[in-house]
Design a protein around this ligand. Structure first.
Ligand SMILES: *Cc1c(COP(=O)(O)O)cnc(C)c1O
Length: 429
């Protein structure tokens, strides 16, 4: 179930006007769909007091989108200084911001704790010493090692660079407690694009168990657990969607049992990116070339710089050709213009016959789409549009232009001479 019928019904009648006004290629995001998913998420976990989603900014780092998230009451999960600043620019402050970085510098932490601060989520015990001062609230990212299996995108926890190991966990909170820190949270992030909700339930159970272990060892309480992101979406039409409501019920039961044993409930935090916005965006391109050699290639006016996932993970993205005759199917590769043979949006895909000028719509680009793009081969990233709930369409990021590409090049280099002697010789001359 890629792009929903409802999104299609909102977009397709307007597509000619949108293309005429803005031109292709562009990613367009559906505010209505994003809000519906946000409401579903809140409802699914409403029986756990204080539930909060922290939208993973890296999935779709655009202020217009973040403003929608903030309006729904969500915070932001930020994993870099740029993402923190973005979160703050749309009004996020203090406990609205979760700073989940890794391989972090003192400078990163200084930014995280300035300007109203953020919830600092530490990736290692040693990083406590890099904080400018002990915060009120501290969180550690837990890596269970071979106690859990990960999945294909994120790998096995025991091989992952993230988090504090099982044996270090109590020691980490002991160190924080010794510094006078009194508020605690526990975080993990183990899987990506996982559609089996029971995996997420196991993750919540695992964190609640660790909370009990640390609490008993150190006589502390935990304010929250954060089960991370990683909720999957169906990219292929035949994929089963994640059963969010069942996930909510099962996790609520785990919290009830925890309450029974401990007499309180921590809050539940989550930091979904893909699940929140993935299905609510599409990349609209125009077919510009067609070539018939050993295979048939349809060239469109976007390339990997707009969507890395097919080239990087061999990921499937559904493709439709609005207005085409559904009966004349052909097997083609849909390709971009980058000089890399993995610059293909689809390989040997059966699609309606595509001719020059046709619109080719690539689905599920609302998360880890535009944000993953890069400039290899001098390819520029496309614009982003937002189809708002009232039907207006906003340009929320312009396309990159050649002047952006050239902006960092030094045609007159800042030059360090080869050696002091040489510099002296140059001066003397
Ligand atoms: C990428 C990331 C997320 C979001 O992952 P999704 O698969 O988009 O839900 C959440 N938390 C952390 C720490 C991440 O790195």
């Amino acid at each position: 179930m890629p792009m929903s019928n409802a999104f299609e019904n909102r977009l397709l009648p307007r597509l000619d006007d949108i293309v005429a006004h803005f031109g292709t290629p562009f990613h367009i995001y559906d505010e209505t769909g994003i809000r519906e998913t946000g409401d579903r998420l809140k409802k699914a976990f409403s029986a756990i007091p204080g539930f909060r989603e922290f939208f993973a900014v890296k999935a779709l780092p655009n202020p217009a989108i973040l403003a929608v998230m903030a309006d729904m009451g969500f915070g932001f999960d930020c994993s870099s200084v740029a993402e923190l600043i973005l979160g703050r620019r749309v009004g996020g402050c203090g406990d609205d911001l979760m700073f989940t970085a890794n391989n972090t510098t003192r400078g990163d932490f200084a930014t995280a704790m300035a300007d109203g601060g953020s919830i600092v989520n530490l990736d290692d015990i040693s990083l406590i010493d890099k904080l400018p001062a002990p915060p009120d609230l501290i969180c550690f990212r837990y890596n269970p090692g071979d106690r859990r299996t990960g999945n294909a995108i994120i790998g096995r926890p025991v091989e992952a660079k993230y988090g504090v190991s099982h044996d270090q966990l109590v020691h980490a909170y002991q160190k924080a407690k010794d510094l006078g820190i009194r508020r605690f949270g526990l975080h993990t992030m183990l899987a990506s694009n996982e559609r089996d909700y029971t995996y997420m339930v196991q993750t919540a159970s695992m964190l609640l168990e660790q909370v009990e272990r640390v609490s008993q060892a150190l006589n502390v309480r935990f304010e929250f657990i954060n089960i991370g992101g990683g909720l999957g979406i169906p990219y292929r039409p035949a994929d089963e969607p994640l059963n969010l409501e069942a996930m909510g019920q099962a996790i609520t039961a785990r919290f009830d049992a925890f309450d029974g044993r401990n007499g309180y409930r921590p809050r539940l935090f989550m930091e979904s990116g893909r699940f929140m916005t993935g299905p609510h965006g599409v990349l609209v391109t125009t077919a510009i070339n067609r070539k018939e050699i050993y295979r048939t290639y349809v060239g469109v006016d976007a390339c990997m710089s707009a969507l890395m996932r097919p080239g990087m993970y061999n990921a499937y993205h559904h493709i439709t050709v609005p207005g085409s005759a559904a009966d004349a199917l052909q097997v083609v590769d849909v390709v971009g213009s980058l000089c890399e043979n993995n610059d293909k949006f689809a390989i040997q895909r059966q699609l309606p016959a595509i001719t020059g000028g046709d619109r080719v719509v690539i689905h599920d680009t609302g998360a880890h789409g535009h944000s993953m793009g890069f400039n290899y081969n001098g390819k520029l990233r496309p614009k982003e549009l937002l189809l708002k709930t009232d039907g207006t369409v906003d340009l929320i990021r312009r396309e990159e232009r050649l002047e952006d590409y050239f902006a960092t090049l030094s045609f007159t280099p800042d030059r360090l001479p080869a050696s002091a002697t040489e510099a002296f010789t140059q001066l003397a001359n």
